[in-house]
Structures are given as structure tokens and as C-alpha cells.
Design a binder for this molecule. Structure first.
Ligand code: NAD
Length: 315
């Protein structure tokens, strides 16, 4: 069995590859990554110790290069994490988001069809649904309409539409997952939780957008990886699965909680001008993956946050 993990050196990809290497010792794991600022290049030193691991540097938006890889390697499964993921950056560099997040995915779909890959799994996001009012009790279901509010979310929604079209018209075996906000080890330092931990440790101001009341559902990255493993190998062809954690925290409460854990004063908090658009709240109904694939999260939120803090402290 040979699995291609695109974007496998990013935050979630790194955790997923670590899980695969530990769990499926007889599978060949090929990571293809462009090595952007978000990639954990240092992890190559650890992964290279596994004889079933191979790394290829490259861009999924480059079809000719990608085809050479597919022709040579003959993958059984492909899981795509590769993407530009910074919402802030997406307001300015829209072209990079279309290139990696849309064209790259179309390239993968074309090649998975051509080389008869058993399954392409696309790692997507709850941001495709847009947001909810802060006091809303509603949760998005897999058939809720798309309503992306920023160029990152738009690019992820477009990729999904292409994939479902490939499934309907060409019979591509595809699955899609939409997860809520992840936290954990190996995340780039511009994202909220590592940013807060690192700045607080260094007694620097901790920036919070707007009034900080925006609510996110936080899933520990290893629970997300567990769900992806289930979907990749047991999910149903052409299906979409929400992945949530029911751990709702406003940004400001989360920041205060981390500061308390690090024994730092709330005076470090500095409210900064909000994004052009900043989704108010995300909430997912993830009963489908729970009922159909038996998904249950393993990690308690506070315990996982402690693990995360310990990780960033040790770096
Ligand atoms: N982080 C979250 O909270 C979250 C939540 C839901 C969904 N997602 C999705 O999960 C996936 C992974 O997210 P992440 O937070 O690990 O991202 P990340 O930014 O940490 O990592 C992305 C990785 O993809 C690589 N990459 C980018 N463009 C590429 C290209 N064109 N070709 C090859 N490699 C490329 C980068 O070098 C990096 O290693 C993304 O598709 C994202 O949309 C993330």
C-alpha cells in the first residue's frame, strides 16, 4: 500500500504522517510538499529514519511535475493537506490561494483518475459554510449551503465543488472532510494558539482581533488525524464528513485561559483592528462521522491544551 500525503510537512500533515508511520509500518508513505513558511522542514530529519518514508519537494499546482510523480510512484491512496492557509494573507495574495488550493486540487483529481488511485481525500474546512451569529444555536450540516466569507474559504469551497463534479462526471473516488479549528503541536507561529503561547512566554503583548468575542470550536489535531484515518480508509465514496469537537471558546476567553496557565498577566492583551471580515462563530453537526464511522474524540480539551503548551515551551 502506497499513500501520498500532499502538504504532509504542514501543521496537520506532520501530525498525520507521524500517526501513519507509527500505525501502518508496512505502508509506504510519500510526502510531497512545496516547503512554504508553514512547513516543518526539521521533521524530515525524524521521518527519514523510517525506511518506508519518502520525501518529494514540489508544488501540486505544477501538473507536469506532478504527473511524473504519479506515473513513477503508483499511489493507492492520496490525502491532500497542501494549501495556503493564512486567512490574513488570503486578502492580498489571492492568486497563491487559487494556485495551491484550487488548481493544485484539480491537478490531483485529474491524476488520481488517470492513474486509478483508490481514493483521493481532501482535507477541507468549516469555513466553507461561512459563519453564525454569536447567539445562534444552529450547527452546520454537511448539506448546508456554502457561504465563504474570505478568499481562503472561497478557494477551499471551489476545490470541493470541483472534486464533487469529478466524482459525479468521471467517477473519481473522493471523500471530503470539513473540520473546525485545530490546535496542537507543529503549527506555524502566526496562528492564534502558538502565537499567544510564544508571545506570553516572552512577556510580549498578545494581539487579539476586534473585541475577541468571535467563537471557534477547537479540535485537538490528533483527534482530527484520527477522524481522517477513519474517513480515508472507511469513508463512503463521494461523501462529505464534518469533524468537530463541541469545544466552543471565544478568542478572548481562550487567550485569557492560556495566559492563566502560563501565569502571565491579562495586561499583555492588546486589542488590534479587526480583519476586513472576521467570521463570528463556527459550529458543526458532526453526527454523521460519529454515527456512520464510529468517530469519538480521545482528548479532553484542557489536557490537550496542556500538551500543546508543553510542546511550544520546549521548542
Ligand atoms: N489548521 C486548521 O485549523 C485547519 C482547519 C480545517 C481545515 N484545515 C485544512 O487542513 C489542511 C492543512 O492545514 P494546516 O493548518 O496543516 O496548513 P499549514 O499551512 O500548516 O500547512 C500546509 C502545508 O502545505 C504545503 N503546501 C502549500 N502549498 C503547497 C503546494 N502548492 N504544493 C505542495 N505543498 C504545498 C506547505 O508547505 C505546508 O507544509 C489545509 O488544507 C487546511 O485548509 C486546517
Amino acid at each position: 500500500m502506497k499513500i501520498l500525503v500532499t502538504g504532509g510537512l504542514g501543521f496537520i500533515g506532520t501530525n498525520f504522517v507521524k500517526m501513519l508511520l507509527g500505525k501502518y509500518k508496512d505502508y509506504k508513505i510519500v510526502v510531497l510538499d512545496k516547503l512554504t513558511y508553514a512547513a516543518n522542514k526539521i521533521m524530515l530529519n525524524e521521518f527519514k529514519n523510517f525506511s518506508n518514508f519518502k520525501f518529494i519537494k514540489g508544488d501540486i499546482a505544477n501538473y507536469e511535475f506532478l504527473e511524473k510523480v504519479f506515473r513513477k510512484e503508483k499511489f493507492d491512496y492520496v490525502i491532500n493537506f497542501a494549501a495556503e492557509t493564512s486567512v490574513d494573507k488570503s486578502f492580498t495574495f489571492q492568486n497563491e490561494f487559487v494556485s495551491s488550493n484550487v488548481l493544485g486540487v484539480v491537478n490531483l483529481a485529474m491524476l488520481c483518475l488517470k492513474y486509478k488511485v483508490k481514493r483521493l481525500h481532501q482535507v477541507s474546512t468549516d469555513e466553507v459554510y461561512g459563519d453564525l451569529e454569536l447567539d445562534s444555536k444552529k450547527k452546520f450540516k454537511e448539506d448546508s449551503p456554502f457561504n465563504p466569507k474570505n478568499p481562503y474559504a472561497l478557494s477551499k469551497a471551489q476545490a470541493e465543488e470541483y472534486l464533487l463534479m469529478f466524482h459525479k462526471l468521471n467517477g473519481l473516488n473522493v471523500t471530503i472532510s470539513r473540520s473546525t479549528n485545530n490546535f496542537g503541536m507543529y503549527q506555524a507561529s502566526d496562528k492564534l494558539i502558538p502565537l499567544v503561547i510564544n508571545r506570553a512566554l516572552n512577556k510580549m503583548e498578545v494581539p487579539v482581533y476586534g473585541d475577541g468575542k468571535n467563537v471557534r470550536d477547537w479540535i485537538f489535531v490528533l483527534d482530527h488525524c484520527k477522524a481522517l484515518d477513519l474517513i480515508l480508509f472507511n469513508g463512503k465514496d463521494g461523501e462529505v464528513y464534518n469533524i468537530g469537537a463541541d469545544e466552543f471558546h471565544s478568542n478572548i476567553n481562550l487567550v485569557k485561559f492560556i495566559l492563566k496557565k502560563l501565569k502571565r498577566s491579562e495586561k499583555l492583551i492588546e486589542f488590534v483592528k479587526d480583519r476586513k471580515v472576521n467570521d463570528k462563530k463556527y459550529a458543526l453537526d458532526f453526527s454523521k462521522i460519529t454515527n456512520e464511522l464510529g468517530y469519538r474524540k480521545d482528548y479532553d480539551f484542557e489536557y490537550a491544551l496542556d500538551l500543546t503548551i508543553d510542546y511550544y515551551k520546549s521548542r
